[in-house]
Design a protein around this ligand. Sequence first.
Ligand code: NAD
Length: 491
Amino acid sequence: MTENSAFGPLVHDGSMLIDGEWVPSADGRTLPVIDPGTEEQVGAVALGSPADVDRAVAAARAAHVQERWMGMSAQQRSATMWRLSDLIAENVDELARLESLDVGMPEPTAQAMIAEAVNMYRYFAGWADKVYGVSAEIGPAQMRFQGFTRKEPVGVAALITSWNAPMIGNAMKLAPALAAGCTTVLKPSEEAPLSTLALGGLALAAGIPAGVVNVVPGSGPVVGAALTAHADVDKVSFTGSTAVGKQIVQAAAGNLKKLSLELGGKSPMIVLPDADIEAAVPALAVGMFWNSGQICTAGTRLLVHEDIAAEVADGVAAASRAMKVGYRTDPGVELGPLVSRRQLERVEGYVAAGREQGATVLTGGRRLGEKGYYYEPTVLTDVDPSMTVVREEIFGPVLGVVSYADVDEAVALANDSSYGLASSVWTRDINNALTVARKLKAGRVNINIHRAGGVQLPIGGYKQSGWGRECGPEGIAEFLETKSVVTRMWA
Ligand code: NAD
């Protein structure tokens, strides 16, 4: 395969990775890759079809049945995963370039995300030889049994990701899947397939056997739907919107696949009246606007006590105005464009709806320039909890500020959502923080910081933010089956 000049040495032009080979799609079609900062096409990758899904799933099944990966010793798998993490770290500049070309984020942001992905492969490399069950002696004295549990890989896992942070999204799935001994088919978002293709090549180079990591780029309704309905896929781990998550639940019913669903969010940041406002304001702005608000856990609802609401809203608006928006390689740029025209129009539509419903645009509210999908960080006030901008996930740089009168109202507002992914509480009083944390219906509560967390702790959703957890011990459990083995003991 030829090397694509825009894509560099890690991505093979017009190809996907199946059974350790770079191959074109079965029908020869390709998927254009657009730089969201310029709106120009920079190249194309293979566009997968249902036939490619069949080939990739067959390769993953063969690798599973032949135990090419789970048959290696746990120590060998751990060392191989660590080699993969080293290769990712060695190629961080090139991977960050690809990620930022695809998604639009500034290269330093992509580098920080890839550093986090490296941590995830290392953390789960450490788990590979720590997967074991329990033992128990069972029964009355006259007929005793000795039993134990085995933890086994669930089998062939389809890993379907969103476009907003592909290297992290992949790591949260691929690292535990590999540590568990699964074989995999990765389906990156059609908006950002490059780094996932590069990752597939690095997995091969690290010594992960052919067929264990397959990568099939393609559209959700074709490749994603074929994977989730496939009778030979045992498990789907999905990151994306709640609407698509519900479709996957139905598609997976045919063979009752195991499912993990990391879905949308509308996460609250609750500022109590005793918060350190000066320290909080810049961190609230980052909690909302990092990666241009295209983060599932973004703090999109700012709930502030009425006594300090105006001061906090003004502060966050000023901090957001100070954030430099621009092209991914321009010096000092903190926020890139949105990923696509569709996403830009979605954000424009939500802000227009907010205006119509009576919200005030305190800052932002406009597209920036005419080329590239840039949008100003936007703060909306006079926001009522019933407004669309507060109820629905926008997945862009739009913050809604809602004021409350007392802490019970704050908790009620925070929990008044169909989502329950993340949240944060801002206060000088740890007792207040822990009291609110206990009452929030969310998979994560951060205190005096919004954007925080690490691979050691699970992340996932209450309510319609999903099923299951990623990261931490729960992350690997999602890729394991438990088998009980019982033997009779003769007296
Ligand atoms: P999306 O749901 O449109 O797409 C996600 C993935 O699913 C893509 O790879 C897409 O091709 C695929 N897909 C689309 N239709 C499909 C179908 N019918 N069957 C199978 N796969 C299909 O989401 P997106 O726009 O890529 O990402 C944004 C969403 O992802 C937001 O809702 C965001 O909150 C969510 N997200 C969640 C987390 C988390 O950890 N909870 C992390 C990042 C993003």
